[in-house]
Design a protein around this ligand. Structure first.
Ligand SMILES: [Zn+2]
Length: 853
């Protein structure tokens, strides 16, 4: 499928006519090429572009194009020439046009109220939907853009705006030529935009762009950008490479954000913030996403993966770097604690038989798109972090600097990074890191203590972890080098950390004199990407001194025990015992770590448990969390910490959403009216759970009130909050209304899949939602964009019943989603895993509840 190495582009000169009100755009393109021998045709990527005229000029003059041939299966067009070209340099000139797309890729239409915008999203392989090009990351070239558009429109692109020429009702914006870039990093946004005043980081001017009226929400993003850029320049030891930095909020956008060089595009919710009403979680997410995109300016844009199989080189590193940068800026936010919840889905996915290695061979663009998942991002970032912790931060940074300097403005592969790191570490690392990248899955490490000759040891035994207990022992046999960090609890003083590289199936780690060692925790700081299961005596000791573990380890331990219970390698009761200890927990992230497992129990085990059993379970849950919520109350103290505020919000979600505690639900019902009248009436972190809980019991009047609140929302976060909560109403006619809205422009394309996912999570809506998806697929499929299709498919196991599993398999066999092929296999596997677990865990839960009363 790939293009030959030659000819290769050196420079694209692109003159565009874009009017977002018109269905098509037009372009004139000149590509400067370096040729190989015997060039009789030029093949460039192009999809749904119409070529009106073309010619080539080489050293001996103009050559006519005899015919233009489309090769749809290769997503290319060939310009077949009247005579072979003279080797050396040449220029291809093309006049073409294309549709302003509606599927959030290529150059597409984004609406905001009555206003229309044209915006690009070109990763992975959609530059070919914007202009004919050599659309592979290795073909780096310089770009010079000019855009002619109605005079009211502004335009933002990678290069700085050099001048704008007005001619009648139109204006032409001229942008400076870029440094060498891969095609997927080209950007253009056209429409009525306003810009913040520039702030500077060193000599770099930074601006936020948005639809008119929202400029006042730019302050936080600008601060994040300055703080991130400064730290990134210091880390890489290289100045920001792209002159100016524009951050653009696009009103309809598929991904979270996109690292176009010098012109980063975002969902509005991830850039525009009102600091008075934003929740801590939303603020952290904005900071993390901005830092992630800016890390890409060096790692991804300046040095680019040679091909999509090394996508993780970009994404794993940027994900890791973002947490590092924000943690350094705001240590009180404990970003690495948040990282645990970010990577929890990666652990879950990677425990399936249908997972994939971080490094994956990629043939086609849709395979590349499939790899934008939690394995590439969060597992990848975990491996980077493990490597940094193992080599030490200074050595790691020296290697990264060496790598970036060596490959700047060019492309690289994983082996290039290992070489640079090995040079700075002065020891081999490839053998340690490669199994983590090239093999799927991750280890289960079982820990027990042995005492010998007055010394205590931790015995760590590894095998591959599978969520499915029926996977046979042979498939589990696997060893890989695991850099382990063990926390040792001594009788007095600080708890020392012991490091070891576990390379064999069983490793003995010395802990110290038997008399002094009380217990050990296998994965201190959750430094390694493993599931750690401690044997009964160790687990009992850990439970008794639960608060002695670092917050990130408490989160980790909850995750390990739940994963073990799911996989049949640990007792459900042990996990429930840990949950019971959370009544006293002050860390919102640790509290939140229980909610995944608890949601599963509520959703899948309470119905078969029966009404009485469910009531006992809910009363138990309320008993754990209610005292602390009651102590906190709905009102925040004036000088209360951000964490304490978030703790209140997490507790409300647990109590109202899972325990269905009457006080919490009635409290929400009583407060939604005043909140709809005035946002200032409520502690900002409570808005999310309040809007969600009130919707559950809400009637048609409340549904209408949410619609009005959505339309008139003052911030993007508020808009999304009310919009998605439309999917949380339970009354049947309101479920219908929410579904019908998904087919209208009232819900932007970017939010259609998130709304359907919300509705699949709603027990009163999920079966009807699935029926709707099947019945209305013809209308709906155009609103399920390729990059989000996998998320819709991943939510379907919520349907639970085997009947639905068969329907899901049959439906997507008949209506294939190429970018969700792997997600479909994973979803089908999850249907089976859940069915097995329901059967196995029901008696365990029943016995646990029986012992309570
Ligand atoms: Zn990224």
């Amino acid at each position: 499928m790939r293009l030959p190495k030659l000819p290769r582009p050196e420079r694209y000169d692109l003159s565009l006519h874009v009017d977002p009100a018109k269905p098509r755009f037009h372009g004139e393109l000149a590509v400067a090429l370096e040729l190989g021998a015997d060039t009789r045709a030029l093949e460039l990527h192009a999809v749904e572009l119409e070529v009106d005229a073309s010619e080539v000029e080489d050293a001996s003059g103009v050559v006519k194009v005899a015919r233009v041939r489309a090769n749809p299966e290769r997503e290319t067009v060939s310009f077949v020439l009247e005579r072979p070209l003279v080797p050396g340099k040449a220029e291809l000139r093309v006049r073409y046009s294309g549709p302003l797309r509606t599927d959030l890729r290529g150059l597409y239409l984004a609406r905001s109220g009555k206003r229309r915008y044209a915006a690009t999203q070109l990763e992975a392989a959609d530059a070919r939907r914007f202009f004919p090009c050599f659309d592979e990351p290795e073909f780096k070239a310089r770009f010079r853009l000019r855009v002619t558009t109605p005079a009211r429109n502004r335009a933002v692109s990678n290069g700085a705006l050099q001048r704008s020429e007005r001619r009648g009702a139109r204006v032409t914006h001229h942008f400076a030529e870029t440094p060498p870039l891969s095609t997927y990093l080209v950007a253009l946004v056209v429409g009525e935009l306003e810009a913040s005043r520039p702030v500077r980081c060193g000599s770099t001017p930074i601006r936020v762009w948005c639809v008119p009226g929202k400029k006042k929400l730019a302050g936080f993003a600008l601060r994040c950008a300055v703080e991130s850029l400064r730290r990134l320049e210091a880390y890489f030891g290289l100045p920001y490479p792209y002159g100016k930095l524009d951050l653009i909020a696009v009103p309809d956008f598929e991904f979270g954000a996109m690292e176009n060089a010098g012109a980063v595009t975002f969902r509005e919710t991830l850039l525009l913030v009102d600091e008075k009403t934003v929740s801590l979680a939303e603020k952290k997410r904005v900071a993390e996403v901005i830092a992630h995109e800016l890390a890409h300016m060096w790692y991804g844009d300046l040095v680019t993966m040679a091909w999509w199989d090394d996508l993780w080189l970009n994404e794993a590193f940027a994900t890791w770097m973002a947490f590092k940068v924000v943690d350094d800026w705001k240590p009180e936010w404990d970003m690495w604690l948040d990282f645990e919840s970010h990577r929890a889905p990666a652990f879950a996915l990677d425990a399936l038989e249908n997972t994939h290695p971080i490094y994956v061979a990629v043939e086609s663009p849709s395979e590349a798109t499939e790899n934008f998942d939690v394995i590439t991002y969060e597992k990848g970032a975990s491996v980077v972090r493990m490597l940094e912790s193992w080599l030490g931060p200074a050595v790691f940074r020296a290697g990264v600097r060496r790598y970036v300097r060596r490959h700047r403005e060019a492309n690289a592969r994983a082996a290039d990074l290992w070489r640079a790191l090995e040079e700075s570490a002065k020891r081999p690392i490839t053998a340690v890191v490669e199994p983590w990248l090239e093999r799927p899955g991750f280890p289960l490490v079982a820990a027990r203590r042995v005492d010998r000759g007055g010394q205590a040891f931790l015995v760590a035994e590894q095998e591959r972890f599978f969520a499915n207990p029926k996977v046979d022992a042979g498939a589990r046999l696997e060893t890989r080098p695991i850099p382990l960090v063990v926390r040792v609890r001594r009788g007095r003083g600080k708890d020392p950390l012991v490091r070891a590289l576990a390379e064999q199936s069983s490793t003995e780690i010395p802990l110290g004199p038997s008399g002094e060692v009380r217990w050990a925790y296998l994965n201190a700081g959750e430094a390694s990407f493993v599931r750690a299961l401690h044997d009964a005596p160790l687990l009992r000791a850990l439970g008794q001194e639960f608060a002695r573990l670092a917050p990130v380890e408490r989160t980790g331990l909850l995750g390990h025990q739940w994963a073990g219970a799911r996989a049949g390698t640990a007792r459900l009761a042990d996990w429930l015992e840990l949950v019971a200890r959370l009544g006293a927990e002050r860390e919102p992230e640790v509290l939140g770590a229980a909610s995944g497992g608890l949601s599963w129990l509520v959703d899948q085990l309470l119905p078969p448990l029966g009404e009485r059993g469910a009531a006992v379970f809910r009363a138990w849950l309320a008993g754990v969390f209610a005292p602390e919520f009651a102590a906190l109350g709905w009102q925040a103290e004036r000088d209360e910490s951000e964490k304490r505020r978030q703790q209140r919000a997490v507790l409300l979600g647990l109590l109202g959403g899972l325990a269905e505690q009457r006080e919490a639900l009635e409290g929400a019902a009583a407060r939604i009216g005043p909140y709809l009248k005035s946002r200032a009436k409520l502690e900002a972190n409570l808005a999310g759970p309040l809007v969600e809980l009130a919707a559950r019991g809400g009637d048609a009047d409340l549904f209408d009130a949410y619609l009005r609140a959505m339309r008139g929302a003052a911030t993007p976060q508020e808009r999304t909050r009310f919009e998605l909560a439309l999917g949380s109403f339970r009354a049947a006619p309101l479920v219908e209304r929410a579904l019908a809205l998904a087919l209208t422009d009232e819900i932007p394309t970017q939010d259609v899949v998130p709304l359907l996912v919300r509705m699949l999570g709603n027990p009163a809506a999920r079966e009807r939602t699935w029926e709707f998806v099947r019945e209305r697929w013809k209308d709906l499929s155009g609103r399920v964009s390729p990059g989000l299709a996998g998320r819709l498919v991943a939510a379907l196991p919520a349907l639970q019943k085997p009947l639905y599993k068969r329907q899901v398999a049959a439906f997507f066999a008949a209506h294939p989603l190429p970018t969700a092929a792997r997600a479909l296999r994973q979803a089908l596997e999850r249907f089976d895993l859940d069915a097995e677990l329901r059967e196995r865990a029901l008696p365990e839960l029943r016995a646990y509840l029986h012992n309570l009363v």
